[in-house]
Design a binder for this molecule. Structure first.
Ligand code: NAD
Length: 358
């Protein structure tokens, strides 16, 4: 069931791909092409059921529409998931089959990396389709692994949040708990450590936390504890849906600001956070650094410096969303959703929709 699925939100297109030889099972969801071709990464994950994979791709692609709109990009929103364990089931044949699947959509969807897909994998996809970004960086051009830019964007979002919630212009002496020290989490810890932040970290991968402890003097706690430690900011940088009415009740922080997509289990949890006096920096507003980088790379002719400058503007966007939310006593995710929907609706009525990538 698609049209009646809980997370179906007027998605334009949902396509299931199967390749018998490589075992590829993938779903591509094009949520909206109102602002341009639907752009969003590919996630490879061992979903327990197909229904879970569908839920994830529907939610993530809608999030990409909102993220791209709020980042001011000429991209609609899309996302893809490959069902499988990236450590055991990823092969060149599978990636090539997925590249051909993306190519068959003729530019309505542009893919890139997400959890389980690396820069090297993107290189393989690029051998089969032009509709891919996030390739290895060449010289000073924008490109390469987007994670450092994503981390920088999250850091900018945090700056806006501490200014509005803690009346602080700098991070020195603050405590930040980071859940997930992967590609983004690691770079975020590096930026925060440089600003004099005390870090508390957790990851299911013990090597990752050992590295953060050694390099940044981070205090290591268990994955079960990390959201609930006493901290000025909690930064979810692993997987989504970790904020539920139950988990929010146990938080001991005043700000949530992290990279993970779809942190709120449901939109209503944004209101719960507000009622607990916790300022939530909407995930897609602050984690758009990677897609900004990817968009400049895809457009071509842009350099690395331009990418950093554009990502730094996440500070202003976050400030605008959070300030409006505080003034209007609304949940920041509701304010951001409304702004994004208005941008998409305006583009649709101006007739920019339906465009495929050149
Ligand atoms: P990653 O796979 O490199 O890192 C995720 C980390 O979380 C891994 O180290 C993993 O071991 C850890 N983890 C998994 N389950 C955990 C748990 N229960 N508790 C603690 N740690 C756990 O991924 P990433 O690229 O760093 O992305 C992190 C998040 O940010 C994802 O939700 C991703 O969708 C989102 N995001 C990433 C980018 C990007 O540029 N990479 C951009 C936007 C959003």
């Amino acid at each position: 069931m698609i049209f009646g699925a809980e997370n179906f939100d007027a998605h334009e297109q949902v396509v299931f791909f199967h390749d018998q030889d490589s075992g590829l099972k993938a779903i591509v969801a094009v949520h909206s092409t109102a602002l341009g071709p639907a752009a969003g990464g590919c996630r490879m994950w061992p979903y327990a059921t197909e229904a879970q994979a569908l839920t994830d791709v529907l939610r993530l692609s809608r999030g990409m529409s909102f993220k791209n709109a709020m980042a001011g990009l000429s991209f609609g929103g899309g996302k893809s998931v490959i069902i499988g364990d990236a450590r055991r089931e990823k092969s060149e044949g599978l990636l090539r089959a997925f590249g051909r699947a993306v190519g068959s959509l003729n530019g309505r969807y542009i893919t890139a990396e997400d959890v389980g897909i690396t820069e090297a994998d993107v290189g393989i996809l690029a051998q089969e389709t032009q509709y891919v970004s996030g390739r290895k960086q060449v010289g000073a051009a924008a490109g390469g692994n987007p994670a450092p830019k994503t981390a920088f964007g999250v850091f900018q979002g945090m700056r806006a949040a501490i200014e509005l919630k803690l009346q602080r212009k700098d991070f020195a002496g603050l405590t930040v708990a980071v859940q997930g020290i992967g590609q983004v989490g690691y770079h975020l810890c590096r930026l925060l450590h440089k600003e004099g932040v005390s870090l508390v970290v957790a990851d299911v991968n013990t090597d990752s936390v050992a590295r953060a402890a050694a390099e940044f003097g981070a205090r290591v706690v268990t994955p079960e504890e990390v959201l609930f430690v006493k901290a000025d900011i909690v930064a979810p940088c692993a997987l989504g849906a970790i904020l539920t009415p139950d988990s929010v009740a146990r938080l001991q922080t005043s700000i949530i600001a992290g990279a993970a997509n779809n942190q709120l289990a449901t939109d209503a949890v944004g209101e719960t956070l507000k009622n607990h006096g916790i300022l939530y920096a909407p995930d897609y507003v602050i984690n758009s650094g990677g897609i900004i980088n990817v968009s400049l790379e895809y457009a071509g002719g842009h350099d690395e410096k331009e990418a950093w400058t554009k990502v730094a503007r996440i500070y202003e966007t976050t400030h605008m969303v959070l300030e409006r939310a505080m003034n209007e006593q609304r949940a920041p995710n509701a304010v951001a959703d409304e702004m994004a929907k208005n941008l998409i609706a305006a583009a649709r009525s101006a007739g920019r929709g339906g465009k495929a990538a050149a």
